[in-house]
Design a protein around this ligand. Structure first.
Ligand code: HMG
Ligand code: MG
Length: 286
């Protein structure tokens, strides 16, 4: 039997969060429902963040409460603090994610605090989640480059990854937020992180700004990473990372993995339908 690689679908959250024009709640729900039919195990649905910071995610509760729940899929949400966690739990998120950074500049711009302060802020959130038996994923942004601070030292990524493991994250997703990584810088960063976190607790989250995300996934596969985040249609970007384009397209990752003999559980025809619908939601396509 071929080896399984998980594609964690990001489209409804990372894909849509940067859209300038508000995507109607019913369209967000329809997108998640179409994705639920594609064979994913994990779909990141929304973010419980400040609507002043990310207005596109202001309907997090309505979206999470409005979707069809496939019993074998985890429907997940970003939560930056206890307020966000409480709201996500109330809306029946199956899993939450905290999100920090390996660089100070991005941490300040994205979540308005230093890296050290973010860890302190995440502690009570993760404690509450563990009391509720809610799995917590951790994102580390800017793992090779930061739009504000330049190149990120791999040791710094490893240090923050260690802090996230100590907090109790079950998995750490390594974000090439602005898609500046290369197979070389991704491999060097992974070597540093693997000295503190085993490969089966890591995921690659690569934006495709410079068209290198698929190559970066191949480099990560060689380091035994077996979970990759991707957004249907390659939608998206981060509002606090200027120039950041979408995550690598789910379809491209699935094609790569199938070509390499991995199993993903995904149905390419259904992915195409979901991709067409996702791309129709972009304001520049309207
Ligand atoms: P702050 O302004 O320092 O927070 O923002 P605060 O605690 O002072 O609160 C300010 C206001 O926000 C208050 O409202 C709070 O109630 C409200 P006011 O009294 O002014 O009316 N507030 C909230 N409202 C709803 N939900 C909440 C919440 N928390 C506070 N959870 C904060 C700090 C973290 C809240 C803010 O900076 C924020 O929301 N940032 C989110 C930014 C974001 O979502 N970025 C995109 C996601 S990260 C990403 O894309 C990268 C990733 O994909 C990986 C990669 O690619 O690298 C994950
Ligand atoms: Mg991202």
């Amino acid at each position: 039997m071929s080896e399984f690689v998980t594609i964690f679908e990001m489209g409804p959250r990372d894909g849509l969060q940067n859209e300038a024009v508000f995507v109607p709640t019913e369209d967000k729900i329809k997108l998640v429902d179409m994705l639920s039919d594609c064979g994913f195990r994990k779909i990141e649905v929304t973010s419980f963040v400040s609507p002043k910071w990310v207005p596109q995610m202001a309907d997090a509760k309505e979206v999470l409460e409005g979707i069809y729940r496939h019993p074998s899929i985890f429907y997940t949400a970003l939560t930056p603090n206890v307020k966000g966690y409480n709201a996500a739990k109330k809306a029946s998120a199956d899993e939450v994610a905290i999100f920090g950074s390996a660089s100070e500049g991005f941490s300040k711009k994205n979540i308005n605090c230093s890296v050290a302060e973010s860890i302190e802020r995440f502690k009570p959130l993760v404690e509450k989640a563990h009391e509720d038996s809610m799995p917590v994923r951790g994102y580390i942004s800017c793992v090779t480059d930061c739009p504000y601070d330049g190149a990120t030292p791999p040791e710094e990524v490893a240090r923050v990854a260690g802090l996230f493991m100590d907090l109790g994250c079950y998995e750490i997703s390594l974000g090439d937020t602005i898609g500046s990584g290369t197979p070389e810088t991704i491999s060097t960063m992974l070597e540093a992180v693997l000295s503190v976190v085993p490969a089966d607790k890591l995921a690659g989250h690569y934006h495709d700004t410079k068209g290198r995300a698929v190559d970066n996934i191949e480099a990560s596969l060689e380091k035994d990473v077996r979970v990759f985040d991707a957004a249907i249609g390659g939608l998206g970007g981060c509002p606090y990372a200027p120039g950041a384009k979408g995550n690598v397209a789910t379809e491209a990752v699935a094609e790569l993995l199938h070509r390499k003999g991995f199993e993903t559980g995904l149905n390419m025809d259904k992915l195409k339908l979901a991709s067409d619908f996702a791309l129709s939601l972009r304001s520049d396509d309207a």
